[in-house]
Design a protein around this ligand. Structure first.
Ligand SMILES: Nc1ncnc2c1ncn2[C@@H]1O[C@H](COP(=O)(O)OP(=O)(O)O)[C@@H](O)[C@H]1O
Ligand SMILES: [Mg+2]
Length: 491
């Protein structure tokens, strides 16, 4: 066990060393710009390379143009409003902001870290990678863990670009635009369920930044999360699965009326999310779009999914009404709710859960109604109102010992337990715990500790026996009165 851990650590170290050397070598190359293109090529190829270069530059401009409308000055709203009426001024404001992002010279307070923060950082492990980006966990000099996002040199985006344009440096810059777009979106779409941007560095990590900024390597510094593991989540208690869905709905509610308008997540997959202390956060934003779809008739407003198509109304303004919002809702339904929500929902809440499944799966509810339905479930679950039909007398079957814990426990496993070793479940009250204990044939006693879940429900440990009661001011032990063979004789 220890050996395999050490081996895994060693492997991770080797992978990281390669990664860091890759990073260093690409940082060293940053001075070389697209201009290196024309060097050392046979004369016959010059023309072809020239046209490839032209096409790449066109793409670079295109990517840049896509980001400009997302930029708004924080403290220059008046100027911005004015600039809206004056195209000449608009371009100045935009280019100033653009410089701030590309050069990292001026940073908003929430984006405070720069290249200097990365001096003496220690790479810990690779957190994940996708078509575009590579994410590495590092500890900063003070020990603070953060996630760094970089262009994924081995990713599909880089591979395709180099194949098309034969220019790794130009491609790094082109793919880097996705990171730039993500920075802008992270600045504009701040929400508890969007990953926090801690800063960014253009150029040499550890340097001053700014040098060769247009073509320099961009590193985005983010709060560190844990990649969402669907398989693990499927095995976790309903309460944790409900939390992920609720967080998602809160996020989609925000996105539907964000500062950028109604935003759709075009690449909506569990792998675009992480959790931070159990809270769901969106981390991949480069495919977010606030664009509205223009239409002439309703037929222009179809949402197509593998299993189902929907047609939405074309408004009198000539845009598809609520298309972005509805796209997000249906994706939430097909990637998250169907897997996470119905399974093992508390019996008193199943009718409400089923209602959500129907209304989102058929796109009958908008995001406001969906959020309301989720918050209503949360309220009932927290207050225990859904347990109304449990007889109060049920607790009379148990002897209570306050200020006590147990030792020498005889545990049994249940599913889905908060603990691997025994049976630990969340309950609203001792009454609900008694009801659960009665339904487990092995259960003869349970303990309520002071520990609570994210909803404020109590953690209860169920067991088939114990050898001793021990004083513990934070917990209470409930022992079944009816004699079970493993009830300790000293009680
Ligand atoms: N802040 C973070 N903390 C932990 N893991 C992350 C973080 N951000 C991203 N990841 C992981 O890295 C992977 C790649 O990041 P992502 O932004 O999705 O790149 P791409 O655009 O290439 O898909 C994600 O799928 C996720 O698992
Ligand atoms: Mg991704």
């Amino acid at each position: 066990m220890g050996n395999s851990l050490r081996a895994a650590a060693l492997l991770a170290f080797v992978v990281l060393s390669i990664l860091v050397s890759l990073l260093i070598s690409s940082v060293q190359q940053f001075g070389a710009r697209i201009t290196h293109f024309s060097n050392a090529t046979p004369a016959g190829d010059d023309e072809q390379l020239e046209s490839l270069r032209g096409a790449l530059i066109q793409q670079l401009n295109q990517r840049r143009k896509e980001i400009l409308p997302l930029l708004v000055p924080d403290d220059e709203d008046e100027n911005y409003a004015f600039s809206k009426r004056d195209p000449a001024l608009e371009s100045t404001v935009d280019s100033n902001l653009w410089n701030q992002i590309t050069h990292g010279t001026s940073r908003a307070h929430m984006d405070a870290m720069g290249c200097e923060s990365l001096v003496d950082m220690k790479a810990v492990e690779i957190l994940g990678s996708g078509y575009t980006k590579l994410v590495v966990k590092v500890n900063l000099a003070g020990g603070q863990p953060v996630a760094l996002k970089l262009v994924n040199e081995q990713g599909i985006d880089m591979g395709k670009c180099v194949e098309d344009f034969k220019d790794p440096q130009g491609c790094r810059e082109l793919v880097g635009y996705k990171l730039k777009k993500e920075i802008v979106l992270l600045q504009r779409l701040q929400h508890p369920n969007v990953i926090k941007l801690r800063g960014h560095c253009v150029g040499d990590p550890g340097g001053q930044g700014g040098r060769g900024a247009e073509g320099g390597r961009l590193t985005v510094i983010l709060e560190q999360g844990n990649p969402l593991q669907m398989i693990q989540l499927l095995q976790s208690p309903w309460e944790e699965r409900f939390r992920v869905c609720l967080d998602l709905v809160r996020l989609l509610h925000f996105l539907s009326q964000s500062p950028l308008g109604s935003v759709a997540l075009l690449d909506f997959q569990p792998r675009q999310f992480v959790t931070v202390s159990g809270e769901l956060k969106l981390t991949d934003l480069d495919d977010a779009s606030a664009e509205e779809t223009a239409c002439q008739t309703d037929a222009d407003c179809t949402l197509q999914f593998p299993q189902k198509n929907f047609t939405l109304p074309c408004s009198s303004r000539g845009v598809c009404e609520g298309l972005n919002e509805k796209r997000n809702i249906y994706n939430a339904y097909r990637y998250f709710f169907t897997y996470l929500l119905p399974h093992q929902a508390p019996p008193g809440l199943t009718h409400l859960v089923n209602h959500i499944m129907n209304s989102t799966g058929e796109l009958k509810a908008d995001i406001n109604q969906t959020l309301e339905a989720f918050e209503h479930i949360l309220l009932l679950y927290k207050s225990g109102l859904h347990l109304d039909n449990l007889p109060p007398s049920i607790i009379r079957d148990y002897t209570v010992m306050q200020g006590m814990g147990t030792s020498g426990n005889v545990e049994y496993r249940c599913w889905p337990s908060y603990s691997q070793q025994g049976c630990v479940l969340s309950v609203h009250s001792a009454r609900e715990a008694a009801h659960i204990c009665n339904s487990h044939s092995q259960c003869t006693s349970f303990t309520l500790s002071g520990q609570r879940t994210w909803t404020g429900r109590l953690l209860a440990s169920f067991r088939s026996g114990f050898s001793q009661l021990v004083p513990d001011s934070t917990s209470e032990v409930y022992v079944k009165k009816t004699k079970g063979s493993e009830t300790p004789s000293d009680i």
